[in-house]
Design a protein around this ligand. Structure first.
Ligand code: FMN
Length: 499
């Protein structure tokens, strides 16, 4: 069998975990990746810290974010940008690791390794000079990488005030997860993207998400070392109604100096994992255009026999969205306790609206499943969630949480969750429709929905924990997936002890 990881299916297979076949990997603590990109010589614009946060109910916001993107109501300026970055990616907790402080973020991340970075290209923003900036989370500032007008990348027919880029630094995650890390870099970036989408909606900013773009051009614009860091998502922020017409074309800028490129290096001793290089490069855009037939939802071979309609849900009361972001944490202390049908529906509603607000160019490429435990209002078993019909289709009956906990590298606490939310796809079908880039789309989407699952659970006072450690084939077999089907990501959800 070929060792090349140049397709979604090959990469997923080659980086699969198999029981009894995991090779030991001692973490090289002396060369732990830096969580922060250093740009010591460059000018910074500190963000204002007296931010006015939008006061919005989480359920209302999710509803709005699920509708087509409204015309922008807010003019971009430094204050709005500050609120936008703060609501998207912030430090939300601190703990001590030995004698070093460790900062947890508003975004879940496999191993808390936070491989993502954010950049901003300013085209037309009141009070902020045109150029390219890096978001410094720790100093809450923008570091200027380029000065002057830069080309709109990717192009847009609308007037764009600014563009936000999300990248992933591979070694931050590969330090722990080796070749499998590309999965987590994408899932984590998807988590970040969902926070960004909600923040943009809350601030009344019109936007468009692009996951298909010219990778080399984006890397050159941002000064990324392409072997170490890849651009994953571009989000154009539109000018409000006042700003008519397209921006004047600008030539591609000259390459940035080497010390800016070198900031993609995060450790003095980095290891290059061929699988990651291969799958990432094989997906370089623009991607082949999928035909209409291929835009059908990817089917993992699930055909429900009967359907259960969910009742109309009434949100449990006002839940302040910004507070929710700060409350979100991964929780594992689940307790067996019954949950009502109303609460299950209230949890699944944001998932449904999130699917409707999909920002992928692909339509639905991830199917959502649910493994119900004994405390749920439906019979224990496996279900397919139909987000459009707001219904659950029964696939198989029986208690499956314990077997799934085992398939998740024996993380047995998962059996106490009320249910497992499953994100499933078919890497071979992704290859056929979008080439290797289809893998990015599916993993970003699974991560995006995963972040929403965390927030929806937190709003109900429940816990959630994302799970990327999976014996892949064991889990797929348990779920009755086709030979090519794959469980990309799982989130354990349920009531917690002492709540
Ligand atoms: C893609 C992904 C995979 C994860 N996999 C696991 C896992 O297998 N087991 C686990 O206990 N936590 C897992 N987590 C949770 C992270 O450990 C957690 O997000 C991180 O420690 C940061 O903590 P916080 O979520 O409380 O901010 C995962 C999170 C993500 C986003």
């Amino acid at each position: 069998m070929s060792r090349s990881a140049r397709t979604a299916s090959a990469y997923h297979r080659l980086t699969g975990y198999r029981r009894g076949r995991l090779t030991p990997h001692a973490l090289d603590w002396a060369h732990q990746p830096r969580p922060r990109k250093p740009y010591p010589q460059l000018a910074r614009i500190p963000f204002p810290t007296d931010l006015s946060m939008p006061e919005m109910d989480y359920a209302d916001l999710v509803c709005q974010a699920g509708q087509s993107v409204p015309a922008p109501q807010t003019d971009l300026d430094l204050n709005t940008l500050a609120a936008l970055f703060h609501l998207t990616h912030a430090v939300t907790a601190r703990s001590m690791h030995g004698d070093q402080p460790f900062y947890y973020r508003s975004i879940a991340s496999a191993g808390a390794l936070y491989p993502f970075e954010m950049y901003l290209a300013v085209h037309d923003v009141q009070g902020v000079a045109a150029g390219v900036y890096h978001y410094d989370l720790f100093d809450f500032a923008l570091t200027r990488l380029r000065e002057g007008a830069v080309p709109l990348t990717p192009s847009s027919a609308r007037r764009v005030a600014a563009t936000i880029y999300i990248s992933g630094i591979f070694f931050r995650s590969a330090w722990k997860y080796r070749g499998r890390a590309y999965r987590y870099v994408l899932l984590d970036a998807g988590h970040l993207l969902e926070n960004l989408r909600l923040a943009l909606t809350a601030l009344g900013l019109g936007f468009c998400v692009h996951t298909d773009f010219d990778d080399a051009r984006v890397a050159a614009l941002l000064g990324l070392d392409e072997g170490r860091e890849g651009g994953l998502v571009c989000v154009h922020l539109f000018s409000s109604e006042g700003g008519k017409g397209r921006l004047a074309p600008v030539a591609d800028p000259s390459p940035l100096p080497n010390d800016i490129r070198d900031a993609s290096r995060v450790s003095a001793r980095e290891v290059t994992y061929t699988e990651i290089q291969e799958i990432h490069r094989a997906g370089y855009g623009p991607a082949p255009t999928a035909t209409g037939r291929e835009r059908q939802p990817v089917s993992p071979g699930w055909h429900p026999r009967t359907w259960i309609d969910l009742p109309p849900s009434s949100p449990a009361g006002h839940t302040d969205y910004a507070r929710l972001l700060w409350q979100r944490r991964s929780r594992r202390n689940f307790v067996s306790q019954s949950i009502s049908m109303d609460h299950l529906a209230a949890f699944l509603d944001p998932m449904a609206t999130s699917v409707a607000g999909t920002c992928m160019p692909t339509g639905e490429i991830v199917a959502i499943g649910l493994l119900a435990g004994a405390g749920t209002p439906v019979a224990p078993g496996a279900y397919l969630f139909d987000p459009h019909g707001r219904r659950l289709g029964q696939l198989a009956g029986g208690a499956m949480l314990e077997s799934m906990a085992r398939a998740c590298l024996d993380q047995m606490w998962l059996k106490n969750a009320a249910f497992h939310l499953l994100f499933v796809s078919d890497p071979k079908a992704l290859d056929q429709a979008w080439g290797a880039r289809g893998y990015r789309y599916a993993m970003l989407e699974a991560g995006r929905l995963g972040q929403q699952a965390y927030l929806a659970a937190t709003a109900l006072g429940w816990g959630a924990c994302g799970i990327g450690a999976i014996y892949d084939r064991e889990a797929a077999d348990l779920l009755g997936l086709t030979r090519d089907g794959a469980l990309l990501y799982l989130v354990g959800i349920g009531p917690l002890k002492g709540r």
